[in-house]
Design a protein around this ligand. Sequence first.
Ligand SMILES: O=C(O)CCC(=O)C(=O)O
Ligand SMILES: [Fe+2]
Length: 361
Amino acid sequence: MAAATQGLVQTSPENNPHVPKRTTVKALVESPALTSIPSNYSYTRYPNESDASDPDEKIPTIDFSLLTSRDPLQRSKVIQDLNKACQDWGFFMLVNHGVPESLLKAVLDGCKEFFNLPMEEKMKFADKDIWKPIRFGTGVDVKVEKFFTWRDFLKVFVHPQFHFLNEPKGFSEVSGEYCKRTREVARELLLAISEALGLEENYIEKAMDLESGFQLFAANLYPRCPQPELVMGIPAHTDHGLLTFLIENEIGGLQIEHNGKWFRVNPLPNSFLVNTADHLQVLSNGKYKSIRHRAVVNNKDTRISIAVPHGPSLDTVVSPAPKLVESESHPAAYMPMKYKDYLNLQLDGKPCLDHNQLTFT
Ligand SMILES: O=C(O)CCC(=O)C(=O)O
Ligand SMILES: [Fe+2]
């Protein structure tokens, strides 16, 4: 999210009179004349952004049921694995998390129905203001502003206050349940991550005020594309919170950066794809990195993903945990910043960590 500011914007239809003036990627794909992409969707990669390959090592998997197990040896082994996954990859697949498969499916189905609503219904939520609790839009490449990415989205603030839409029917209920269950899993995971960092078990819970933690529900729609190699679903970016949970409708597209190379992610069925985000990087004083990731599209199937970032409360001033700062050997690498102020920096479209970074770690 750090690299993308999005809002519903106007396309320039000069090359294609069938393209509606104010559009979404979905409307564009459904317009009868579309055989090639309009030039303003053509994507220029960031420097050093290479093609992705299948990973040459195994992407870490964490078994959540072992974390909550009564056996202390088992728990400490998983905490070690979690530490390694966060440190080496900033990414892992979480299995046996206890959130029912039927709920994952229901919430993905709800998103599909939402994106299938008539344009006028969705447009009621079109807004550029990032503080609108319910927002529908289409992706913009912020490097150049006038170029678009191959993605429509719905973003809803779901904690500490739960906002949602009344339509489609039942979407609010399943999403409410999904957000509550993922929040519980994320908080449990953050207890373990506190321990993995050598902090008190509830350090993150308290210091980040997770009782009032800011949780966002971000649904992404990536319609099939006639020229997928020319566009980008969501450009390389990092997420702003502590941890993001991602699920998708069995259509791949997520790619992650690991040791300077890009890898495709082939998720285990029913797993959460979890990545460490900017504020875990700050809190851990750079021990854990906020992983860069992106999503590509394809010419066969429409992909839907749901990213749920779990962050500190908006008023929390986040700084490196004092225990992880050594004045001589490992000074604080980030200055304290309120989470809300950090989110406002998104408007600049710059990777936000550049703003509060004191030194490069
Ligand atoms: O759709 C995906 O795979 C990635 C989405 C994402 O990174 C985001 O919404 O922040
Ligand atoms: Fe992301």
